[in-house]
Design a binder for this molecule. Structure first.
Ligand code: ADP
Ligand code: ADP
Length: 236
């Protein structure tokens, strides 16, 4: 069952015919199925972030199409895309992107408040995710009082509260030390195995990528190659 699919996806920055144009994504055909846990790796400037932004409907392709649960997103208007992003997509960033005037609990609640969910449901969801990711003891702390690893686990919780079909993470371990990176990748494993949610991680971090079941290598805006993990963790 395909969650996310692209067809001949192209993104050119600048005037397509101009001297200063850059082809950041160059005809990518990608299919991501339900329950997959994959990493996209590639050198700096190879188009990883641009591809992730196109997949998330944050940026528009120059040509080609992105299908989410079979629906072409180019046919959605702005409102439909916003609803889709809030409901079907969870986003996690390198910089965490939390609101530091709010507590951990409040940060996690935001997407559910926007969806006008009942209070009991919101409380239940926060408890469930905080327990899964080991952050129940910091729920009432302000985010500037918690560690980087705890901030990222808060961000992962926030990304999952509306039960998206896919979680997209851009360099999620980029600001974390090795121990916190391990914890975050273990959290993503739980997301895949216990919440049955698809996870796509864009990363430079070979150690982080080793947790994923499939790694796709991007070079010059195109898919260069991929590897699939055969057995237990780290057995490629
Ligand atoms: P990566 O995430 O792999 O480092 P990016 O997607 O950020 O790659 O960038 C791919 C290419 O597109 C690079 O050459 C980069 O300079 C260029 N690029 C990215 N964003 C823009 C932009 N907003 N305007 C112009 N060029 C861009
Ligand atoms: P990342 O570290 O995630 O690859 P970058 O540092 O490549 O991100 O890019 C950060 C921001 O700058 C992005 O919004 C990207 O679109 C923009 N950007 C990257 N390269 C260029 C460029 N050559 N011209 C204009 N904007 C760019």
């Amino acid at each position: 069952e395909s969650i996310l699919k692209t067809e001949k996806l192209v993104k050119i920055y600048g005037e397509a015919s101009g001297d200063s144009s850059t082809t950041a994504v160059d005809g990518v055909n990608l299919e991501i199925n339900k329950g997959e846990f994959l990493a996209i790796m590639g050198p700096s400037g190879s188009g990883k972030t641009t591809l992730l932004h196109l997949l998330g409907g944050i940026d528009k392709p120059t040509s080609g199409e992105v299908f989410i649960n079979g629906e072409p997103i180019s046919e959605m208007n702005g409102d439909e895309l916003a609803v889709f992003r809030r409901k079907e997509l969870g986003l996690v960033f390198q910089e965490f992107n939390l609101l530091d005037s709010l507590t951990v609990r409040e940060n996690i609640l935001i997407p559910m408040i926007l969806e006008k969910k009942p209070i009991e449901e919101m409380e239940k969801k926060v408890k469930e995710l905080a327990t899964l990711f080991g952050i129940t003891n910091i729920l009432d702390k302000y985010t500037y009082h918690v560690s980087g690893g705890q901030m990222q686990r808060t961000a992962v919780s926030r990304a999952l509260v509306n039960k998206p079909s896919i979680l997209l993470a851009d360099e999620p371990t980029g600001n974390l030390d090795s121990k916190s990176s391990t914890t975050i990748m273990e959290c993503f494993e739980k997301v895949v195995e216990e919440l049955q949610t698809t996870v796509l991680v864009v990363t430079h971090d070979v150690f982080a990528a080793s947790y994923c079941k499939k790694v796709i290598f991007i070079k010059d805006g195109g898919i260069h190659s991929s590897i699939v993990r055969k057995g237990d963790r780290k057995q490629f």
